[in-house]
Design a binder for this molecule. Structure first.
Ligand code: IVH
Length: 668
């Protein structure tokens, strides 16, 4: 039996090692062990602590998962006030701050600053005594906050134990933030659970930290960034920049975006640079914080009514504004998706004029009850298309009506369909100009009509030059047409026309696939081909017929029947057939032409791919074998046939070519 003493030693070792690995993972971003190894050690620790609760250490990482819920938070009085910041809303106010600092210090020389991000989260203070995290508290009113220690211990990048040589007593101040992604996910979950939504990541971070049940906090991906200190005993620091570097050495997370600036001009450059990076950051910031770097100068400057004279927040311009929706238009994307867009009375937001905002889809419009004529709040997030946040109900016109998306595609007039599962509606028109390029790329692709040599670039040229407005236009192209395009010579024009000609012979499944019907990929194209055997049989097909087919679900039946009932599509299929496209059916039938017959394929066939020929034979009830034997009825030989050809000759098996095969298939 293990002695109490050795259990205690093992616990101490595990705590020490786990804290070290935590530091490698969260601070250095350079782990030495795998997650699985970490978990194994953590589980061992949890087990030992469970059996010997008296040995649990205050910096034990087992507390990362949360502790028992509290009834209420204890108060925590900060030893020194947690200050707030004055704001500079524009360049002028920032320059005025620099002037004030110089005036107060009675100097005309440049003052050096540290520029940091202004995190939009929740301010907290961490107390480390003899390296160990003992208290985590909120800012509260600056004098007294709430003791949220168990919650703080669940924030994974906050060290429970400091490294290097930290002061014996150290109060670290900083901000807890929630990632934008985690915020979005959290709100999604709350929406499902019909709980009230958090307005922004800051509120969500605050709500997560001020949780009586720390197990809930533990589930939220919170991050901490240190930006300062409160009281310390032991080591002294000379400047803000040096302080940040040292905190980082103690294992305390400090954000990577911070700069030591020689003067206020450099600060302005940093501000601009951060403004450009802002959207890419995974957490919200609302500006930068500018601090006189030298601590002696900070002391001289002092504070005035709870804000330091030595620091200022340079805030970003507001990203929200109110305006009026003058109209709602519908745009059709490359995939045929219809997107409603609000046309706005032009408004300045964050330095640019905004004239439109996306409304996403009908569900979103319904949820926010957005109508033409409404006064709305919009938000602009960097390069992203502005969004309507909410409407101002008090300003709504009496006679306004709910907005409904059109049932027809505004580009081509074909039906716009919405699946039950989906939120967006899509145009199902084959020749819709909005979808053309994407649709044509699919049409000519390998799995479709397989028109060799016609790549993305060429499709672009065909469409832009107006040579191809619908699929069937390919089959009326001439060499002369192609020669009109840039970088096309006589040889390539000839090759393209030949490739187009060759594509006219196509198996039915590839023809169906080429049409680009929603939800109908290569496999379902085969299913449909085998079931119907002829494109004509699909025209006007009803959903209730389709749904009976094995492998076809309601969604597919819905899409397929609508597709083959749209007059514009039927016209285009007709155009293709008229232009000479021959889709060869593979209807599965008993008593087919090749019932009981065995074929062997060898060499390269001029038009059909091997898989295709096989499917055609099988569709007529025939069997395709891999080798020639006495039982073989036909060997189909293409160019450069292999040993099977010789074997066939030897066994006197009839040898036919592709032409013969196609003739046999047609029964002529
Ligand atoms: S220094 C010395 N630095 O902004 C003044 N504060 O109104 C004390 N904040 O609640 C703060 N990022 O939590 C400082 N890099 C940063 C900051 C920052 C965000 C918050 C802070 C405080 C508020 C100030």
């Amino acid at each position: 039996m293990t002695s109490k003493h050795s259990v205690r030693e093992r616990i101490e070792k595990l705590v020490k090692d786990l804290n070290y690995h935590n530091y490698r993972y969260y601070i250095l971003d350079n782990p030495e062990i795998s997650d699985a190894e970490y978990d194994k050690m953590l589980r061992e620790l949890q087990k030992l602590e469970g059996e010997n609760p008296e040995f649990q250490l205050p910096d034990s990482p087992s507390q990362r998962v949360g502790a028992k819920p509290l009834d209420k938070f204890k108060k925590h009085k900060h030893k020194t006030l947690m200050l707030s910041l004055n704001n500079a809303m524009d360049d002028e106010e920032l320059l005025a701050f620099d002037e004030r600092v110089k005036k107060f210090l009675e100097t005309s020389k440049e003052v050096g600053y540290t520029a940091e991000l202004k995190f939009d989260g929740l301010a907290i203070e961490l107390v480390y005594e003899n390296r160990i995290l003992t208290v985590g508290s909120t800012r509260g009113d600056g004098e007294t906050g709430e003791d949220v220690t168990p919650n703080i211990k669940t924030v994974k990048n906050i060290p429970l134990h400091l490294s290097d040589k930290p002061p014996a007593y150290l109060e670290v101040r900083g901000e807890v933030v929630l990632t934008k992604r985690a915020f979005a996910k959290l709100n999604e979950e709350r929406e499902k659970g019909e709980e009230p939504l958090f307005a922004n990541p800051r509120n969500a971070a605050a709500g997560s930290v001020r949780q009586l049940d720390s197990k809930i906090t533990a589930k939220r991906p919170l991050h901490f960034f240190a930006y300062g200190i409160g009281e310390t005993k032991g080591e002294l620091f000379d400047s803000q920049y040096e302080l940040l570097k040292k905190l980082s050495r103690f294992g305390i997370p400090v954000n990577e975006h911070c700069a030591l600036c020689k003067n206020i001009d450099e600060v302005q450059r940093f501000f601009k640079k951060i403004g450009e990076k802002r959207e890419k950051l995974d957490y919200e910031i609302d500006g930068i914080v500018v601090k006189v770097n030298d601590f002696r100068l900070q002391d001289k400057l002092g504070t005035i009514s709870r804000s330091p004279r030595w620091a200022i927040a340079r805030k970003f311009a507001a990203q929200e504004a109110s305006t009026v929706i003058e109209d709602i238009i519908v745009q059709v994307g490359r995939t045929g998706a219809l997107t409603p867009v609000a046309k706005l009375k032009p408004v300045h937001v964050g330095g640019v004029t905004v004239k439109s905002a996306t409304l996403h889809n009908q569900d979103e419009i319904d949820r926010k009850d957005i109508r033409i004529g409404d006064t709305v709040f919009i938000r602009r997030a960097g390069d992203v298309i502005p969004e309507v946040i909410k409407i101002v109900e008090s300003k709504r016109h009496k006679n306004s009506r709910p907005y409904k998306m059109p049932k027809q595609c505004p580009e081509c007039g074909a039906e716009a369909l919405k699946d039950e599962e989906e939120v967006v509606s899509r145009c199902i028109g084959l020749s819709c100009p909005a979808k053309l390029k994407e649709g044509i790329r699919h049409f000519v692709s390998k799995g479709g009509m397989d028109i060799e040599g016609i790549g993305h670039k060429l499709v672009e040229q065909f469409v832009d030059e107006g040579l191809v407005k619908k699929f069937s236009d390919f089959y009326t192209l001439t060499e002369k047409d192609i020669l009109k395009l840039e970088r096309q010579g006589e040889k390539s024009a000839k090759n393209h026309i030949e490739a187009i000609e060759k594509s006219k012979h196509v198996s039915l499944d590839r023809f169906i696939y080429a049409l680009g019907i929603r939800h109908v990929g290569e496999h379902l194209s085969k299913v449909l081909a085998q079931e119907f055997g002829d494109i004509k049989k699909l025209e006007h097909v009803k959903e209730d017929i389709l749904i009976k087919i094995h492998e076809i679900g309601p969604e597919v039946a819905f899409a397929v029947s609508h597709f083959f009932n749209e007059p514009r599509n039927l016209q285009e299929i007709h155009n293709l057939l008229h232009a000479g496209v021959k889709s060869i059916g593979q209807k599965k039938k008993t008593g087919g032409r090749f019932e009981g017959k065995t074929f062997v394929l060898t060499g390269t066939l001029p038009r059909l791919q091997r898989g295709e020929a096989k499917r055609m034979i099988e569709a007529e009830g025939g069997h395709v074998a891999g080798s020639v034997s006495g039982n073989t009825d036909f060997v189909v030989a293409g160019s450069e046939p292999g040993s099977k050809f010789d074997k066939a000759k030897e066994l006197k098996v009839p040898i036919i070519d592709e032409e013969d095969l196609l003739r046999l298939l047609k029964g002529s």
